[in-house]
Design a protein around this ligand. Structure first.
Ligand code: AMP
Length: 207
């Protein structure tokens, strides 16, 4: 089963992706996590990616498609995968269609108010990338429940970048809703419910 997650930043895609990945035993592939690794590199590309992320802009389609292509060709994706944060543009969706068949596109929606609140309180684990926030607090502040890693606030979750990310989403990613609606594989989920409720709705859709 090949699944993609759509929706604005801060709507809970990452949290739901962790749950879907555990339940259906398919790898969670987050292009955002991949780019956060790349931006740490002391290289031309690392610097370029960092500047784009901090400007609330997208990394180029060509390089993004390339890293996804490499990743979904790995052995653990044989029985399916879950893409979180990809595709984010029409050219990426078209490229993905040439690589494989997508079975479900899940669209998680939330209002801007909820998104801004969630993003500004979000913390991520430096080691395993687990996500925490107002709806899911760690047992010990600043420490990941899963692996004991340090929790940090993403630079692009700061208020000045959030609005730019929302604008970029509207301009470049929202047209994908129409794209997948035409293919008849999109299902919408209310992202303002409790984490468990959202997860139940998703399981009903995926079966
Ligand atoms: P995310 O963790 O999904 O919010 O992604 C963080 C940042 O990584 C985004 O704001 C983009 O700069 C970059 N990024 C992640 N996925 C993509 C993608 N599919 N296409 C282009 N840029 C991406």
């Amino acid at each position: 089963m090949n699944v993609i997650l759509l929706g604005p930043p801060g709507t809970g895609k990452g949290t739901q992706a962790e749950l879907i990945s555990e339940h259906y035993k398919i790898p969670h592939i987050s292009t955002g996590d991949m780019f956060r690794e790349i931006q740490k590199e002391d290289s031309e590309l690392g610097k370029k990616v960092k500047d784009l992320i901090m400007g609330g802009k997208f990394v180029g389609d060509e390089i993004t498609v390339e890293i996804v292509k490499k990743r979904i060709n790995q052995k653990d994706c044989k029985n399916g995968f879950l893409l979180d944060g990809f595709p984010r543009t029409i050219p990426q969706a078209e490229a993905l269609d040439k690589l494989t068949k997508i079975d479900h596109a899940l669209l998680i929606r939330s209002s801007d108010d909820v998104i801004v609140k969630r993003l500004s309180s979000r913390r991520q684990c430096r080691k395993c990338n687990a996500i925490y926030g107002i709806d899911k607090k760690p047992e010990n502040e600043g420490v990941c429940d899963k692996c004991g890693g340090e929790l940090y606030q993403r630079e692009d979750d700061k208020e000045e970048v959030i609005q730019k990310r929302l604008d970029t989403y509207r301009e470049q990613t929202e047209p994908l809703i129409e794209y997948y609606t035409r293919k008849g594989i999109i299902a919408e989920v209310d992202g303002e419910q409790a984490i468990q409720k959202i997860s139940e709705s998703i399981q009903k859709i995926l079966g």
